[in-house]
Ligand binder design. Structure first.
Ligand SMILES: NC(=O)c1ccc[n+]([C@@H]2O[C@H](COP(=O)([O-])OP(=O)(O)OC[C@H]3O[C@@H](n4cnc5c(N)ncnc54)[C@H](OP(=O)(O)O)[C@@H]3O)[C@@H](O)[C@H]2O)c1
Length: 374
């Protein structure tokens, strides 16, 4: 059997660890080439031994980013992109040029630079395999040949830890309460995003770029059990969904095995043991993030960059106890309000440097806003 040559960016994180688990359950299928981490050096070296990876790079080192860029310029079958945040954009763009396929968990680069990521993939004939569970679900049931008959895609949301909390309770929420997700075990940033519904907001933009769907054809439905991972509704009334346990090993195995299916060591769905599957509309008053994201799609890429950058700064400030939980959305809203309407139209220009410059600008302004208001 020919082994698949794989890179794993962000190997020490939650998605990285699940990827390692799937690979180690079928080591005869994979040959690990590059793995990267940011700060967890010992963990990285340990993983290099376990996986037999050729290169292990710590990007927090002085020359780490440059060394990663070098080693990514060797051909592989698949790169798993699992760095958290906008920081994953540059490595992803390099990996796209030298990988037959990219398994993208790292949603922020798609939100802030979706058109550039898609364009780069097209230029290098690189296949995108979504790993974010909702987008992986949609990918599995989205029949491109029947695109004209697709009425909408429906992203499901667990509702996060604050689904039943009042706005007053959320105002007092601590970082510990925000990261305590009821269904999924994930990194800190995405856990806070899930609590604020910003995760779903980012996913709406991610879906817009990945599946080329307008914002009015992307809906969100709260589904607390996280069994139905998302759906596609067709003109004849058929609604196709993908179901599975709340375990990222399934979408990761889908990407690692594609176009075949491989077994995973992860959890299995046991429908008979479940009493009910429920669905409810999103409470827009408590969770305005999805509405903000849809407005950003209408405004264009600059707004999507601003939403993502301000959110990254605000989540960091919340985790460091500088601001309250509701201040996260307030900071994002402030950054969107302040977007200079005369600023360069990034949708048309689409240079990485312009995207990075606007991202940095928004971060600086959001940091200033937090300092002034707290
Ligand atoms: N976790 C999930 O279940 C899940 C589900 C769907 C999508 N996602 C998406 O997948 C991505 C990763 O999420 P996660 O939960 O796995 O995050 P995580 O547990 O926080 O792990 C993040 C990884 O990225 C590395 N990293 C952090 N900052 C970096 C930087 N500035 N430059 C380079 N590498 C950096 C970390 O390295 P060190 O640990 O060594 O510092 C770690 O390996 C996010 O975009 C998230 O939205 C996650």
């Amino acid at each position: 059997m020919v082994k698949k040559r794989i890179n794993i960016l962000g190997v020490t994180g939650s998605i990285g660890q699940s990827t390692v688990k799937v690979i180690l359950s079928a080591p005869e299928k994979f040959d690990v080439h590059v793995i990267s981490a940011h700060t967890q050096r010992d963990e990285l070296l340990d993983l290099q031994k376990k996986l037999g990876a050729t290169h292990a790079i710590c990007t927090h080192d002085d020359d780490g980013a440059a060394r990663l860029n070098d080693v990514l310029q060797e051909s592989v079958d698949l790169t798993v992109s699992a760095i958290t945040g906008f920081a994953g954009l540059r490595p992803l763009l390099t990996a796209i040029q030298f990988s037959k396929a990219v398994g993208i968990a790292n949603k922020e680069p798609l939100v802030a630079a979706g058109p550039l990521v898609i364009k780069t993939c097209r230029a290098h004939s690189t296949k995108i395999l979504p790993i974010d569970s909702e987008h992986n679900a949609i990918f599995q049931v989205f029949n491109e040949k029947q695109r004209a008959g697709i009425e909408r895609i429906i992203l499901t949301a667990s509702g996060g830890p604050f689904r039943e909390w009042s706005i007053e309770q959320m105002r007092e929420a601590t970082p510990e309460q925000a990261v305590a997700h009821p269904n999924w075990s994930m990194g800190q940033k995405i856990s806070v995003d899930s609590a604020s519904m910003m995760n779903k907001a980012l996913e709406v933009i991610e879906a817009h770029y990945l599946f080329d769907m307008p914002s009015d054809k992307i809906d969100v439905l709260v589904h607390p059990q996280s069994v139905v991972h998302s759906m596609v509704e067709y003109a004849d009334g058929s609604v196709l969904s993908q179901m599975g346990a709340s375990d990222m090993c399934t979408p990761i195995a889908y990407a690692l095995g594609w176009p075949d299916r491989i077994a995973t060591p992860g959890e299995r769905l046991d429908l008979a043991s479940m009493s009910a599957l429920s669905f409810e509309a999103l409470d827009d008053k408590k969770f305005p993030a999805v509405r903000l994201a849809k407005a950003c799609i209408e405004k264009g890429l600059s707004a999507c960059i601003a939403l993502n950058a301000a959110n990254e700064i605000a989540v960091d400030a919340f985790l460091n106890r500088q601001i309250g939980f509701l201040d996260i959305i307030d900071c994002v809203q402030h950054s969107l309000d302040g977007l200079d309407s005369g600023s360069k139209n990034i949708d048309k220009e689409l240079h990485l440097e312009d995207i990075e410059a606007l991202d940095m600008d928004i971060r600086a302004n959001a940091t200033k806003y937090i300092k002034i208001t707290h």
